[in-house]
Every structure is written in structure tokens, then in C-alpha cells.
Design a protein around this ligand. Structure first.
Ligand SMILES: N[C@@H](CCC(=O)N[C@@H](CS)C(=O)NCC(=O)O)C(=O)O
Length: 377
């Protein structure tokens, strides 16, 4: 059992993408917690003033420490030691787990939001029920309208929708084949990659009626992985002799290669365009170290780029947060020996993923006082 005897408090709701990431992690590690919705007075009276915006998930420890951000919540517990660390020992697996986490938490936002909000006629009763349970009847309509309004800045439009749907089906096919052979992406326990993908694949694509039906009927093994990720501990009855460690020797399973190919195909040129946009912002405004990335804490987008998704032109909003995620991969790589770094760079280049590492740009994105800020050397 867990060494965390007193329960943690997790502020969140069942249908929230990022809350799911933190919740799956707590359950896998056997960390006792209770989940409290944002309607609770504690959230508005204590948590929001402390974190400067209304956002979930938020962890409050029994000692009163407050942690916002799904990945920071993971790192908070990693630092204390957990039964199933989310960071593989192999440097390539570790770096790829960050890139896959980026794909899940950032690149799949259009998939999640499209399937949630473009099929209102078929799932409105379900969504209304979920939002009312999480935020109260009075607030449900307002929050639903706000979430629905995010589609244009996510690049969800009549031209991209067929590509977003093709991307979802391709992902399901790949993962269905992978999870027939392995319980998790890199072997016998979930890594940051699994936690990144579970965000969209649980809250939206795994449980909203329209995409949930597609997942169950077309990719039953993916549905089982979603259950496995949300279960306590490791839930692997299909793999009795598999063991609970990552694949040895930093191996990348053959069944994962199509996923890495899809991530490379879909990340470029969009990621490069977004990074170039941020380079331009920094060049123009020369923010000081520690300056928030946007004027108001709840603003996540700093601009819009003309780019492409699977060959389709699209306007996409730029979130500095993506650099917060991908910067982790650069830092991990820097910890390896020169030989190891060369091996990993070569492996990334062979998969078209070399440019997924932002590299040294004269700035990075950090989080201070719960807010994303520009970090300067
Ligand atoms: N980077 C944050 C993102 C959290 C986030 O976007 N949470 C959504 C719910 S899934 C939210 O609170 N949105 C509030 C809003 O957009 O107004 C994390 O990983 O925790």
C-alpha cells in the first residue's frame, strides 16, 4: 500500500481531460485521494485565489501544498517515490514518452473537442448531465458554451474535420494492434506516454457517446487499455506473465512504430510553425525572466499561426504550454552521456522526430506560482 496515508484532495470532474491524467496516476500508484468538484466552496474560496485562475486538476496535499497541472502532479509524487514510476530508465523510451505526452495533451485537443462538441444532437443529454453534475445546473450552459467556442482556435473546421476523424481512426487501429501484445505503450507499466494519451482517450474519446461507441466497436483493446489506465494499480489479466517493468534495453516495440510515424506526420509543420511564432514573439517583446506568457493567467493562447494538419491548411492557436511539455525531453536528453545522446538523436531522426525537441532557443517556458512564464537564461 501507499506511504501516503492521509488522503490527497484532487479538485476535478470526471469529464475533464487533464483531471483524468492525474486521477489515473493516483490510482495506478495506490495513492489515497478524494475528488472534489469545482462547485465546492474550498475551490472558489481557497484554491482559485492561490492559483490565480479557475482551472483543473488541482492537487492539495494533506500538508496544504497546492499543485496545478496534470504533469506537475505526476512529478510531485515521482519526487517522493512511487510503486510504478512513469519515467522509463531507457533514455529513448523516456524522451519518446514526453513526445507522446505532448501529442496526447496538445496535438489531440482538436480530436477531443471535435468529437465532444460537433455531435451535440447525438450527445447533448449526456454532456448536459455531466456538466451539470460537475458545475451545477446554473453554470452548465455557460461552461458548455465556452468549451464549444474553443473549436475555431483549435483549428476544427469543415476542412479539417475529415482529417481529424481519419487521424482518430488511424490512432485506434494502431493502438488496437499494440495493446493486443503489450499492456501499456512501453511495456508492463504506464509511462508519461500513457498518461498523456489517456487525457483525450478517457475523458472525451473514451466516454462521450459518439467517439466512445467508435472506440468500443472498432478498437476493443484500446477500450480495455482505457479501463486498465483508470483501474487501481496495474489491471492486466490479459498479460499474466508479462511482468510490470518497461521493455528491456530501451527497446521500442514494433507495434508502436506506426504511432511514432503518425505523430511525426501530424506534428509537422504545425509544431515548427508554432515554435517559430514564439521565437518571433520573444524577439519582438524580449520578455524578462519570469514574465507570464500572457497578460491574464487564464489566457493560454498567445497567437494564431497559418499552418497545416495532414496537408490541410489550418489556422491554429499557439499555446506556450507546448514548450513546457517538450522542454522536458530536452532536459532528459541533456542528462545522458554524449554517446547516449547521439544514440537517441539518431533514433529520433530515423523516425522523423528530431525537430520535436525544441532545443536551445534563448528562452523556455517554466511554471512559477502556478502560472506559465517565459524563462530566460
Ligand atoms: N496544463 C493544464 C491544463 C488544464 C486544463 O486545461 N484544464 C481544463 C479542464 S480539462 C480547464 O480547467 N479549463 C478551464 C477553462 O478553459 O476555462 C494541466 O495539465 O493541468
Amino acid at each position: 500500500m501507499s506511504s501516503h496515508a492521509q488522503p490527497q484532495t484532487l479538485y476535478g470532474v470526471p469529464h475533464s481531460l487533464y483531471t483524468g491524467i492525474a486521477r489515473c496516476y493516483l490510482r495506478t500508484q495506490g495513492i489515497a485521494y478524494s475528488e472534489i468538484p469545482t462547485t465546492h466552496a474550498d475551490f472558489s474560496q481557497r484554491i482559485v485565489p492561490a492559483i490565480q485562475r479557475s482551472i483543473i486538476p488541482v492537487l492539495e496535499t494533506p500538508q496544504g501544498e497546492i499543485v496545478q497541472d496534470s504533469l506537475d502532479i505526476i512529478d510531485h509524487f515521482e519526487a517522493q517515490g512511487v510503486p510504478y514510476s512513469a519515467y522509463p530508465a531507457g533514455l529513448l523510451q523516456r524522451v519518446l514518452s514526453v513526445i507522446i505526452a505532448y501529442y496526447g495533451t496538445q496535438a489531440m485537443l482538436p480530436h477531443a473537442m471535435h468529437y465532444r462538441w460537433s455531435y451535440r444532437d447525438q450527445q447533448d443529454d449526456f454532456l448536459r448531465d455531466q456538466f451539470a453534475a460537475g458545475a451545477g445546473e446554473a453554470m452548465a450552459d455557460k461552461i458548455m458554451a465556452r468549451m464549444n467556442s474553443y473549436l475555431p482556435q483549435l483549428g476544427v473546421d469543415e476542412h479539417t474535420i475529415p482529417e481529424i476523424e481519419a487521424s482518430f481512426l488511424q490512432l485506434l487501429n494502431t493502438l488496437n494492434a499494440h495493446f493486443a501484445e503489450h499492456p501499456y505503450l512501453f511495456g508492463g507499466r504506464p509511462s508519461l506516454a500513457d498518461y498523456g494519451l489517456i487525457g483525450p482517450l478517457f475523458a472525451h474519446l473514451g466516454r462521450d457517446p459518439v467517439p466512445g461507441h467508435i472506440m468500443k466497436t472498432r478498437a476493443p483493446k484500446v477500450f480495455r487499455w482505457v479501463e486498465r489506465m483508470t483501474a487501481p494499480g496495474l489491471d492486466t489479466p490479459e498479460f499474466p506473465d508479462y511482468g510490470d517493468d518497461y521493455l528491456a534495453d530501451d527497446a521500442i516495440p514494433a507495434t508502436l512504430e506506426p504511432l511514432l510515424q503518425q505523430i511525426a506526420d501530424e506534428s509537422f509543420p504545425m509544431l515548427t510553425d508554432k515554435l517559430a511564432f514564439m521565437d518571433g514573439l520573444i524577439e519582438k517583446y524580449q520578455p524578462a525572466d519570469g514574465q507570464p506568457v500572457s497578460p491574464k493567467p487564464h489566457q493560454r493562447y498567445v497567437g494564431v499561426v497559418d499552418t497545416a494538419f495532414r496537408g490541410m491548411p489550418v489556422k491554429a492557436g499557439v499555446q506556450p504550454y507546448l514548450l513546457y511539455v517538450l522542454g522536458k525531453a530536452d532536459r532528459m536528453l541533456a542528462e545522458g552521456s554524449a554517446e547516449e545522446q547521439a544514440r537517441v538523436r539518431e533514433a529520433l531522426a530515423a523516425r522523423g522526430l528530431a525537430e520535436a525537441l525544441p532545443g536551445e532557443r534563448g528562452y523556455s517556458v517554466d511554471r512559477r506560482n502556478h502560472i506559465e512564464v517565459w524563462a530566460r537564461p
